[in-house]
Design a protein around this ligand. Structure first.
Ligand code: ADP
Ligand code: MG
Length: 607
């Protein structure tokens, strides 16, 4: 290899359902897209023309041609079992090699150079034979596997464990709920060494089970209208629709499933609520919590000794999963790094270390606070719960759109107050109230009228809250600058200073204040006050802006009286003339710009 090409070791999460490849270069971590997606289904197939297909194309054809498609090969890794594909048998290493080869190809295409070395992750419970099989799959794909590391270890690395500048020892719990398997591990970080202390799991528990439970529910609903049994192909189609519904239910309180001609006469159009879905999957979730307890006790610790809980696996985006962990362990699980990608990122970090590259930091934009809605029984409020109900939790990656269901508390409730809070408590008095609005004209129906509240937070911290009456679609929304909540001190300081100047002006009138030459110092004619301006949606700092406009006008007047060079005087007059125009037009941005210019001018001209 030529000297100026630095060594490069890719990180691969070879998952049961999805696989991900990432790389760290010059301290920057990249998840490499495969066919435009950050993860690739771990699927291999032979298409109708006899062509080998890997990834999304193979997953797509699994519905119509299951006999020519292999899924979840990881389940039989390290066994003598084989998979059938296009009439031939293949060892799990061989199928896995096809998946790894596709990831290698995507990495080479993305990086524009050959890739020959990799770190591959495996579940902590994998035995020696399963690890060797994974390594062999790598060799078959043309990859030298420098290290096989545990998935929970990789997740811990991605969260910064064991890096020199985070020298503190810590105990982590990694909860990984993927498509086909669940596992939980206690990871100990000591003197920079990351080690799995205990791990338990269930290789037949995951999102697939939930998709199947939803499919059964869909079939049941279909049978209410159409008696015919569902053929296998239609069942697979329904399952794939249900997987999408399940994913939507992580962010929305309802999902509608529309599948035409599932049977020759049967269309399915049905709605599933998050609540129904959560009840459906509860038995599995309880099982995972038992596993958590067992792992904690096997690690010889108590729940109190856990410093951090980290979420891994697509299904951990389900709100109830996060909530149950919070309730059981009394600690908010961390989910700021994408749970589908975090393992591959950790593998890439390990790869960078082995390649002698600097350890990359993972930077993500996250919501620094929890944003909730107040629900109170009675009055104009929403009534199903008391206190602040989180819609977007602290640590959620931005941008985010999440919605939750609330209901009215009294019969014939005509309006509902939506109060938005920032803060971690369920007690509103402990949180910061950042906005509220009223939805009026609700239908005259008994208590329990469904109101969907959606929060969208963008990368700039602008929160758009929308409340929608589900039965009619009647909606209202407001936008709140959550970042502004922290900058409030700046506004307060401006107002404060402006008040001080006014006091000074009042106390020492002869020194500066009497300047009232209406000809050269214009001022809007109408009675413009902060209060009247606020009716046309003035910003929170409009009062401060007006006060500072007045104070600048006084200073400018004084300077003009003292006499300045003609060019400077002209510049001052031009700025002064623009002030009332902006105020009259309620153009607060323009006013701000004008005042800044004026203030700069005065700063240079005053002694
Ligand atoms: P694995 O580690 O088994 O390869 P992943 O971690 O990729 O699996 O998880 C895949 C599972 O996560 C699938 O069942 C998929 O439907 C589910 N999933 C993906 N995104 C979401 C989401 N937003 N909410 C709920 N489940 C999701
Ligand atoms: Mg996984």
């Amino acid at each position: 290899m030529s000297q100026n090409v630095p060594p490069l070791v890719i990180g691969i999460d070879l998952g049961t359902t999805n696989s991900v490849v990432a790389v760290a270069q010059d301290g920057t971590l990249t998840v490499i897209p495969v066919n435009g997606q950050s993860s690739m289904p771990s699927a291999v197939g032979i298409d109708p023309t006899g062509k080998l297909v890997v990834g999304q194309a193979a997953k797509n054809q699994a519905i119509s041609a299951p006999e020519n498609t292999v899924l979840s090969i990881k389940r039989i890794m390290g066994t003598d079992a084989t998979a059938e594909l296009g009439g031939k048998s293949y060892r799990p290493e061989e199928i896995s090699a096809l998946i790894l080869g596709e990831l290698k190809r995507a990495a080479e295409e993305h990086l524009g150079r050959p890739v020959t070395q990799a770190v591959i992750t495996v579940p902590a419970f994998f035995n020696e034979r399963q690890r060797l099989a994974t390594q062999d799959a790598g060799s078959l794909a043309g990859l030298e596997v420098l290290r096989i590391i545990n998935e929970p270890t990789a997740a811990a690395l991605a969260y910064g464990a064991g890096q020199a500048d985070t020298a503190e020892d810590e105990t982590l719990l990694v909860y990984d709920l993927g498509g086909g398997t669940f596992d939980v591990s206690v990871v100990r970080v000591e003197n920079g060494i990351v080690e799995v202390r205990a791990s338990h799991g269930d290789i037949h528990l995951g999102g697939d089970d939930f998709d199947e439970a939803l499919t059964a529910l869909g079939e049941e609903r279909l049978r209410e209208k159409h008696a015919d049994a569902l053929p296998a192909a239609a069942q697979r189609r329904l399952k794939s629709a249900m997987e999408l519904a399940k994913i939507r239910l992580s962010d929305e309180p309802f999902a509608t499933i529309r599948e035409e001609y599932l049977t020759p006469s049967g269309h399915l159009e049905t709605e599933i609520s998050r609540h129904d879905y959560e009840q459906l999957i509860e038995p599995w979730l309880v099982k995972t919590l038992d596993c958590v307890q067992r792992t904690i006790s096997d690690a010889g610790i108590t729940a109190h000794e856990i410093d951090k809980i980290m979420l891994v696996g697509g299904v951990t985006r389900t709100p109830i999963v996060q909530e149950l962990l919070l309730r059981t362990l009394g600690m908010e699980p961390r989910h700021e790094i994408n749970p589908d990608l975090v393992v591959a990122m950790g593998a890439a970090i390990q790869g960078a270390t082995l390649a002698g590259q600097p350890a990359p930091a993972i930077l993500v934009d996250i919501s620094a606070h929890t944003y909730s809605v107040l629900a109170v029984v009675g009055g104009d409020f929403m009534g199903d719960l008391l206190g602040c109900c989180p819609v977007v939790r602290r640590g959620t990656p931005l941008p985010v759109t999440k919605a939750d269901l609330f209901t009215t508390g009294v019969d014939s409730q005509k309006k509902v107050a939506v109060k938005v809070f920032q803060g971690e408590s369920d007690d509103p008095s402990q949180n910061l109230s950042i906005g509220e609005f009223m939805v009026t004209g609700l239908s005259k129906v008994p208590a329990g009228n469904e109101i969907i509240v959606q929060f969208h937070i963008d990368l700039n911290g602008l929160l758009t809250a929308t409340a929608t009456e589900k039965r009619t679609g009647l909606a209202k929304s407001v936008t709140i600058d959550t970042a502004g909540q922290h900058r409030i001190n700046l506004d307060a300081a401006r107002t404060n200073l402006a008040a001080l100047f006014e006091e000074q002006d009042a106390a020492f009138p002869d020194e500066d204040d009497d300047f009232q030459d209406a000809d050269i110092i214009p001022w809007p004619s109408g009675e413009t006050t902060a209060a009247s301006a606020s009716e046309v949606e003035a910003p929170a700092n409009s009062a401060a802006l007006l006060a500072s406009a007045k104070s600048l006008r006084n200073r400018a007047g004084k300077l003009l009286e003292q006499g300045v060079a003609e060019a400077d005087a002209a510049a001052i007059r031009a700025s002064l003339a623009a002030v009332p125009v902006a105020i009259d037009a309620r153009d607060w941005d323009q006013l701000c710009t004008t005042l800044d210019t004026l203030s700069d001018l005065l700063f240079y001209l005053e002694d």
